[in-house]
Ligand binder design. Structure first.
Ligand code: 5GP
Length: 343
């Protein structure tokens, strides 16, 4: 449906290495072959996508990122992956993207080079794309404390160098690994330096941790699956979210395909929407879950019978929760212009 494609959309929850499309993965494989680099993906290539009805769950899903990682372990490959992925988001009608990614050391690249490569690729993209892109630095819950501190230090250092590109820091990775409290010092340091914070929150039932995260008052939350008492939260977690009104990035297909949510109809989006909580439609990992932002909007609208003005309002509201304050007005105007033409 062209309405969903044409709707100017804001993507606020997209992990780079989960967003690689089959076409991008093939280009990366070709690049590896042409450069004489080792390609370890052959036996696993078909396992990258987790479609509807796949037997794998959220925990299994963390294995598949290794497949993408093995194709983005040099600066040149990471540049190609970023360039192609940004182009795909723009082709899908995104006008603003906050891409997130976890800096890694590889045999061919340091974390510093990882960040510099992404910053450069994003800066270059502004020369030929109309979509505005910003970067959120990710921290993986599996990382030891020393590495978490190292990434926070780099995030602050590169935020100071490139405040036009880097806007935030986030916590992701296997929700069963690590404890939120152990990440608080690093996240606080980043926040005090000016970075905005978003946390994967309530992906699994853990109301104690959800409360700790809510009390931290991040600028946004990811998923928020187990916050309502009906879905593994408590009265307290739900009441606190309703009081604080922290915007939640919801990822419908990701949650359904990893079986965090049984089906679209029972997705917590509906509870959030009905409670008038700020909710943003996002893709999470468009490559792994074979989706796109326009498809996520379409699924949401069809599942919950939203009108076209409610849909446009959803897209417009998303602009209020972006981390790059200086482009909010531009995006708002773009959305209002679209709404004006379609009402
Ligand atoms: P990258 O940060 O390497 O660009 O993107 C892949 C990484 O994003 C994964 O290794 C994982 O840490 C994180 N990630 C991607 N999807 C999810 C998700 O649905 N939940 C959580 N908690 N982390 C995710």
């Amino acid at each position: 449906d062209s309405f969903f494609l044409e709707l100017p959309k804001v993507e606020l929850h997209a992990h780079l290495n989960g967003s690689l499309s089959p076409a991008t993965m093939l280009q990366l494989k070709r690049f590896h072959a042409d450069s004489g680099l080792e390609d370890k993906t052959n036996a696993f290539f078909d396992e990258f996508q987790i479609g509807a009805g796949d037997s794998r769950n959220l925990t299994d899903c963390f294995q598949v990122f290794n497949i993408a990682h093995s194709l983005t372990s040099t600066p040149d490959a990471l540049t190609i992956a970023t360039r192609l992925t940004l182009q795909e988001f723009q082709d899908d009608g995104c006008c603003y993207l906050e891409l997130r990614s976890t800096p890694r050391d590889t045999p061919q690249m340091t974390k510093i080079q990882y960040i510099e490569t992404l910053v450069k690729a994003i800066q270059k993209s502004s020369l030929h794309l109309t979509m505005i892109t910003r970067l959120i630095i990710s921290i993986n819950r599996k990382s030891p404390v020393a590495e978490v501190e190292e990434i926070a230090t780099l995030a602050v250092e590169y935020y100071k160098k490139h405040p036009d590109v880097i806007v935030g820091i986030e916590l992701s990775g296997d929700p069963m690994a690590g404890t939120f409290q152990s990440f608080v010092p690093a996240l606080t340091r980043a926040r005090n330096a000016g970075l905005k914070v978003t946390l994967h929150c309530g992906e699994v039932c853990n109301p104690v941790e959800v409360m700790e995260m809510l009390k931290f008052k991040p600028e946004r939350l990811g998923h928020g699956t187990c916050i309502h008492p009906k879905y593994g939260g408590t009265e307290e977690t739900w009441a606190t979210l309703c009081e604080l009104k922290i915007p939640v990035e919801v990822c419908l297909t990701s949650n359904v395909n990893t079986k965090s949510t049984p089906d679209y109809e029972s997705h917590h989006f509906k509870l959030f929407y009905d409670a008038d909580l700020p909710t943003i439609i996002c893709t999470d990992d468009k490559g792994v879950f074979s989706t796109s932002l326009s498809q996520e909007y379409q699924i949401c609208v069809k599942t919950f019978s939203l009108t076209s003005s409610q849909t446009a309002r959803l897209a417009l509201n998303a602009c209020q929760y972006i981390f790059a304050d200086n482009v909010r007005k531009t995006l708002n105007d773009k959305l209002l212009n679209f709404i004006g033409k379609h009402s």
